[in-house]
Design a protein around this ligand. Structure first.
Ligand code: F3S
Length: 376
């Protein structure tokens, strides 16, 4: 069966006969930790058949920073094989930092936080695709038109008024979780979003957390989403909600710990950069974390790291190409730390699942919050 036929078959299984041209694709699940030998063999088989992507295609983080991996490591072989399929191997979950995204065009992106970002910030037509489907779409240059790739599924159903004032990075993430858990898949319309989320990093934090707890990738952010006034006109609000600072604090109290106490008492690891940080945020965060009495890992893309040179300073290491959740570092963390502190609601959720015997807490640290919340 040809790849095209496979795609049509999958489209049918997803409830559509319509397959549309895409502008770009983004593949997830390329870490050796996740796909192992079977996954590597699968992409090598594609290579043997001389398969090649038909649209610009990027991929998610892998098992470790390629700078520190031996040439024989299977992750290097995964990256080499992807490259021979035509995939751009800047291994990051924030490809939108360097890939052009146009409104109302179709995309097959498999990283949920990235799909939510381009859907909500660029008005791109996309869904949360599984990694293998995004790869198939990349090879065909087309994707099944489903879910939020259809205008009728992008109609806002919940009007959200925020009386919280400007949200910091952590509080933006908590709001994302709160909205997703309260309203499920109903598309929210957030009034005055450009006032509330005053930096790109805060939007990233909000959307990454939101889409972790909801299957919906599209949120209308008034003043940020292109043509948000159009979406307000077609809205059919079934719910209207006003969120006060106390609503956020209620959630906040459940997950926040005082970092000072944790740092003083126990072997703590601070993890920042989920989703991967922009250039400016990386520089500011390294500054804010330097000199703390704890080991810190800052995750970003190779694109950013190559501009920085070696910025690792004392207690802070900058890592590209990877993310703790899908990395070889999980054992190292379990063996060397009692507690992991992160400012990412998404990261905390996933690390709780993979780390055994290590407590995962949300980090509330003013200096870091100021650094990241002001970064573009
Ligand atoms: Fe990126 Fe890993 Fe977070 S892929 S969004 S840093 S869980």
């Amino acid at each position: 069966m040809s790849l095209e036929d496979k795609l049509l078959k999958i489209a049918k299984a997803l409830g559509t006969d319509e397959v549309v041209d895409i502008e770009s694709a983004h593949i997830s699940g390329i870490s050796y930790v996740n796909i192992g030998e079977a996954g590597l063999e699968y992409i090598k088989d594609l290579e043997r058949h001389r398969s090649h992507v038909r649209v610009f295609t990027t991929c998610n983080p892998g098992a470790l920073d390629l700078d520190v991996l031996s040439a024989q490591d299977p992750q290097q072989e995964i990256v080499r094989t992807l490259r021979s399929l035509g995939v751009s191997t800047v291994l990051t979950c924030t490809p939108y930092e360097f890939v052009r995204v146009r409104p109302r065009r179709y995309y097959a992106w498999a990283e949920s936080s990235a799909a939510a970002y381009i859907a909500s910030v660029h008005d791109a037509y996309c869904e949360k695709f599984p990694g293998p489907l995004a790869l198939l779409c990349a090879l065909c240059g087309r994707a099944p038109r489903i879910g939020k790739m259809l205008l009728e599924n992008r109609i806002p159903r919940v009007l959200v008024k925020l009386r919280t004032g400007r949200l910091t990075y952590v509080r933006a993430g908590i709001l994302g979780k709160y909205l997703a858990e309260t309203f499920g898949e109903a598309v929210p319309y957030i009034e005055n979003a450009s006032e509330i989320f005053h930096s790109k990093e805060c939007v990233k934090s909000f959307l990454a957390a939101y889409v972790t707890f909801s299957n919906n990738v599209f949120v209308v952010l008034e003043g940020i989403t292109p043509r948000s006034d159009y979406y307000k006109n077609i809205a059919d609000f079934e719910d209207k909600v006003t969120i006060d600072p106390t609503d956020i604090s209620k959630e906040y109290r459940e997950v926040i710990s005082s970092d000072k106490v944790e740092l003083a008492k126990r072997r703590s690891l601070i993890v920042v950069g989920c989703p991967h940080l922009s250039y400016e945020a990386t520089v500011r965060c390294v500054e804010a974390l330097s000199g703390l009495g704890a080991k810190c890992l800052v995750f970003t893309s190779r694109f950013v790291k190559s501009r920085l040179g070696t910025l690792s300073r004392g207690n802070v290491d900058i890592l590209a190409d990877t993310c703790l959740f899908v990395s070889y570092l999980v054992n190292y963390v379990e063996n060397n730390f009692d507690v992991v502190l992160t400012n990412s609601v998404k990261q905390a959720h996933y690390l709780e699942r993979v780390l055994k015997g290590v407590e995962v807490r949300i980090l509330d640290f003013n200096r870091l919050e100021e650094a990241i919340s002001e970064s573009q």
